[in-house]
Design a protein around this ligand. Structure first.
Ligand code: TYD
Ligand code: MG
Length: 492
């Protein structure tokens, strides 16, 4: 067999160069050259699928197409991992022979989650294999000792060489295999360092080839960069069947698992976990906990969010303080920074809340991340409430739900508050907190978001009677119904 050589291929124009360079000499793009294995021109139709044949005829035989209706597709039995939240996000368990990428920042619990899944599968009599290219077998054992179930029965190898891992897969042929992580495995044909684009692509591609051949389901662990993207190339996301993102902050206990791509299920599912002493525990009553912990102080509001198809109540907090910086600080945790910029702009222009000289901090409590436009209104109300130092009006069923309703009963409630509520403005208000959801339009209108009934039902379930919804019509109306009238400067 000829010694395989590598080439550097431009991912923009396809130009090939023998050596890596910062700029492609073909198209002039920067940082586009990626190392690839180039085997000697293959005899017959062999070689990698994506690689162009070098000269000669391809010699393939014609294939007869089949009518889709006549294609035999047997329902595959999924392999349940025994972790309800993970199974749900996967769409009902692991599909045999599938390739699942689990991404997340270091320390979030990827190794713990995959070990627990393998432990359950091992306990259920499945053949499993844990490939660790990051930790020694002793380190994996230390973790497994803390975990419930058959964690200590999982067969492990600690190996960083791709060739050895592939050979082991070929020989062992497990039902499910975990590769932890794709960035630390090393293909010796390539000169690039482990984790480089070329390496990661080669590692994932080769593992996929072997896995599909022997119907081995592979859970591929991947790291996430500081910016939050799955590290390495996005090409990985195209290659695999499912991409799961494990999110949260390491210091916090709550973590969410989300499907970003799923060839066998919905991408709108999400699972909530808590890291405890004995591993990850599914959180089934997340709403109850977050509502129970809500402060109801100025700057606090409960958001009726959707975690996939499941409603979740989370507390959104804001702090507004005089700034000494130009431009002032905008610090977020749990929401998108650009989304905050948009909300603040709309709040200034259409809500009469001026924040040009103030630092604004927004935090979703509990380390939860909400990535949906339905969070806009919660951010706006929390910031407005913080800016004015007035707690939002929650309490008994105030009927703040709809547009017209809200305006009418809002006025009644305002009077009630002015009569009796003078003292409570600085501190936390009594009674259950205010709940809300809705997207903000650029003209100050509130826009409907998915599943309003489910969100309202969830809030009602936890005793939150006052909900501001997009039915309020505009941000201004929502502010009017949610904030007591006094201390509100310009808003009409
Ligand atoms: P780990 O799964 O190693 O994270 P990752 O593979 O994503 O880098 O573990 C994350 C953290 O969880 C680690 O700091 C230790 C902690 N942990 C617990 O709190 N309880 C446990 O039972 C285990 C196994 C880990
Ligand atoms: Mg790990």
């Amino acid at each position: 067999m000829a010694r395989p050589t590598t080439v550097h291929v431009c991912s923009s124009c396809g130009h090939e160069a023998p050596r890596w360079a910062g700029q492609c000499t073909g198209c002039g793009e920067w940082n586009t050259l990626v190392e690839e294995v180039r085997s000697a021109p293959a005899r017959g139709g062999g070689g990698g699928s994506g690689r162009a044949g070098v000269g000669g005829s391809r010699g393939g035989a014609a294939v007869t197409p089949t009518r889709l209706g006549a294609v035999e597709a047997t329902e595959v039995a999924r392999l349940p991992t025994g972790i309800g939240e993970l199974d749900r996000v996967l769409g009902g368990g692991i599909v045999p022979g599938s390739l699942v990428l689990i991404g997340g920042s270091p320390g979030i619990g990827k190794s713990t989650l995959t070990t627990m899944a393998l432990a359950n599968l091992t306990g259920a009599g499945r053949k499993t294999l844990y490939v660790s290219a990051e930790e020694s077998a002793a380190q994996i054992k230390l973790r497994a000792e803390r975990l419930p179930g058959a964690a200590l029965d999982i067969p492990v190898i600690a190996e960083t060489d791709l060739g050895a891992v592939l050979a082991t897969l070929e020989r062992e042929r497990p039902d499910v295999c975990v590769v932890d992580s794709v960035q630390t495995l090393h293909a010796s044909e390539l000169t690039g360092a482990p984790g480089s684009v070329g390496q990661v692509r080669e590692v994932a591609g080769e593992i996929m080839r072997v896995a599909k051949q022997h119907r081995i389901a592979v859970l591929l662990v991947g790291h996430v960069t500081k910016e939050g993207a799955l590290a390495g190339p996005r090409v990985l996301e195209h290659l695999v069947d499912c991409v799961l993102q494990f999110e949260g902050e390491r210091e916090r206990t709550y973590r969410t698992l989300r499907a970003l791509k799923n060839r066998f299920g919905s991408t709108s599912e999400a699972g909530v976990f808590e890291m405890r002493q004995g591993g990850l525990v599914e959180v089934l009553d997340a709403s109850a906990r977050f509502v129970g912990e809500a402060t109801h102080a100025p700057g606090s509001v409960v958001l009726c969010a959707m975690e996939g198809s499941r409603p979740l109540l989370v507390e959104v907090q804001a702090l507004v303080s005089q700034s000494e910086l130009v431009p002032p600080r905008r610090v977020v945790s749990g929401i998108d920074r650009n989304r905050l910029a948009l909300v603040l702009a709309v709040l200034t222009r259409h809500g009469g809340v001026a924040l040009g000289a103030a630092d604004v901090f927004v935090n979703v409590v509990g380390g939860v991340r909400v990535d949906e436009p339905g969070a806009d209104l919660a951010v706006a109300l929390a910031v407005a409430s913080a800016a004015r130092g007035v707690a939002l009006r929650g309490g008994v069923n105030g009927g703040a739900r709809g547009g017209r309703d809200a305006q009418r009963s809002g006025a009644d409630a305002q009077e009630r508050l002015q009569l009796g509520g003078g003292e409570r403005t600085e501190g936390a208000a009594p009674g259950p907190p205010l709940a809300c959801f809705g997207e903000l339009g650029l003209t100050g209108e509130l826009r409907t978001v998915a599943h309003p009934e489910r969100r309202i039902a969830e809030a009602a379930k936890f005793g939150l009677g006052t909900i501001v919804t997009p039915e309020a019509g505009t941000l201004r109306a929502a502010l009017r119904s949610a904030l007591p009238a006094q201390r509100r400067p310009q808003a009409a």
